[in-house]
Unconditional design. Structure first.
Length: 77
């Protein structure tokens, strides 16, 4: 697995991160058996700061895009 940060933006009291995760699907993921496929998907994070401390984080990953690359979605329970 590799994570590449494309953008890191800071304004007073906030930091935003735009990144991409890539790798090979070699282990079970949400019940999906290993496919050996190369995959990549984006993530975004937004952090609220109180001085130098992070007080709140919003984290989003493109799981839908990942499952499309794997060719299947996790089983519904």
């Amino acid at each position: 697995m590799r994570i590449v940060i494309h953008d890191l933006i800071q304004v007073p009291g906030q930091i935003a991160v735009r990144a991409e995760i890539s790798g090979t699907h070699q282990g079970e993921l949400f019940g999906i058996a290993p496919t050996g496929k190369q995959v990549r998907f984006r993530l975004h994070e937004f952090h609220a700061l109180d001085g130098e401390r992070i007080t709140t984080t919003w984290h989003m990953e493109d799981w839908f895009g990942l499952f499309l690359q794997l060719g299947q979605f996790p089983a519904q329970s």
